[in-house]
Design a protein around this ligand. Structure first.
Ligand SMILES: NC(=O)c1ccc[n+]([C@@H]2O[C@H](COP(=O)([O-])OP(=O)(O)OC[C@H]3O[C@@H](n4cnc5c(N)ncnc54)[C@H](O)[C@@H]3O)[C@@H](O)[C@H]2O)c1
Length: 351
């Protein structure tokens, strides 16, 4: 088995390759990444990319089709990964996340690749009322990032066939420790706040609903998706991935972190504009299709793994929201240094 993982050098990629190494010890793993966050690493030991057999550097927008020769399955993670970057680079986000993804899927189908797994997002539900969103609920993408996921799913669906199985995993917001940690994710941010300053500042009024999932459980879902039977979910499947117990309001998350890290205060911005992004999600379909791959890690364990990891790093940076732990900050700095152009392409002359 030959598995291509795009975007393997980000937050999720390192844990995904670890999981695939265990589940498919004989498989040939190939990574493809632009390397934007190559240096954003929390380990002094082995580079996570040493786990893949071949690592390619390149841009999804100019993906070389010959790299797909002999590949059986693709897990497509590469992309602009949050709203702040998407808001600043709208066209680039649609180019990378949407157009390049569809081009990749078409080439993959032409070459007879059997399984295509797309890292989609529950953020496509946007602002919702109190009832939990199912896969049939109307979509309400509020940002370029969320729209890119909606358009990609929409155009992937007609490509799917019995020979080209497409699985769109609509992930909850990730949390947990990886070797390329992001602190621009809500729970990770709260734990970092608590450790660095004993004060969690919630940027909203704390009421938005946000389903969460530990990154270890995300990769278990991908592991399931690449080799699921086409009779289990059909040739095209878009499915919410997470668990009902993990539908939290943002202030509940802050309270759980404050409990785990004694002495932490919480500041809620009572004057904040209501955060429009708020949704509860129903995960019954995933539970039914993948009963052995339901999320296992709970909130307390997730907080503890972040706490232990950050403490082991000696993390104390109260200004981390302005540091390399934030994906937007890294890209902005690379641009300011003249290494990336306005389309987020590397500037060869500057290297
Ligand atoms: N982290 C979450 O909460 C979450 C939730 C739902 C979905 N997802 C999706 O999962 C995927 C991975 O997320 P992540 O948290 O690891 O993000 P990340 O930003 O840490 O990693 C994304 C990776 O994609 C690469 N990349 C970006 N543009 C590229 C391009 N043009 N060509 C090649 N590589 C490119 C980056 O270099 C980076 O290594 C993304 O598609 C994201 O939308 C993430």
């Amino acid at each position: 088995m030959k598995i291509l993982i795009t975007g393997n050098m980000g937050y999720i990629g390192p844990i995904l390759t670890k999981q695939l190494r265990q589940s498919y010890p004989e498989a040939k793993l190939i990574g493809f990444d632009m390397g934007y966050f190559g240096n954003c690493i929390t380990t002094a030991d082995m580079l996570p990319e040493c786990r893949v057999d071949i690592q390619y550097f390149g841009d999804m927008r100019q993906f070389p089709a010959e790299m797909l020769q002999g590949v059986d399955a693709i897990i497509h993670l590469a992309g602009i990964s949050n709203d702040p970057i998407g808001n600043k680079f709208e066209d680039v986000t649609l180019d990378i996340n949407y157009r390049a993804s569809i081009k990749l899927a078409k080439k993959a189908k032409d070459l007879g690749i059997k399984s295509f797994v797309f890292a989609s997002s529950c953020s496509m539900y946007g602002a919702a009322d109190d009832s939990a969103r199912t896969e049939q609920s109307p979509l309400n993408p509020l940002t370029a990032y969320a729209k890119s996921k909606v358009y990609t799913e929409r155009d992937l669906e007609p490509l799917a066939s019995d020979q080209f199985k497409v699985t769109c995993l609509r992930f909850s917001t990730a949390c947990g420790w990886t070797e390329r940690l992001r602190l621009d994710l809500v729970l990770n941010d709260f734990v970092a706040c608590a450790i660095a300053s004993k004060m969690i500042t919630i940027l909203s009024d704390g009421t938005p609903w946000r389903p969460l999932i530990n990154v270890k459980d995300m990769v278990r879902a991908m592991d399931w998706a690449i080799s699921r039977d086409v009779n289990n979910g059909g040739k095209f499947l878009a499915v919410n991935v997470g668990s009902s117990e993990w539908n939290y309001q943002v202030r509940d998350l802050a309270e759980a972190v404050a409990k785990a890290i004694p002495g932490t205060d919480i500041s809620i911005n009572k004057n904040a504009q209501p955060d429009k992004r708020s949704y509860k999600v129903n995960f019954d379909l995933f539970n039914k299709l993948a009963p052995n791959h339901r999320p296992q890690v709970d909130l307390v364990d997730s907080i503890n793994e972040l706490k232990n990891g950050l403490n082991a790093l000696g993390f104390k940076d109260a200004d981390f929201r302005d540091s390399w732990f934030m994906r937007l900050k890294v890209l902005t700095e690379l641009q300011e240094k003249g290494l990336l152009n306005s389309k987020l392409q590397w500037i060869n002359e500057a290297m």
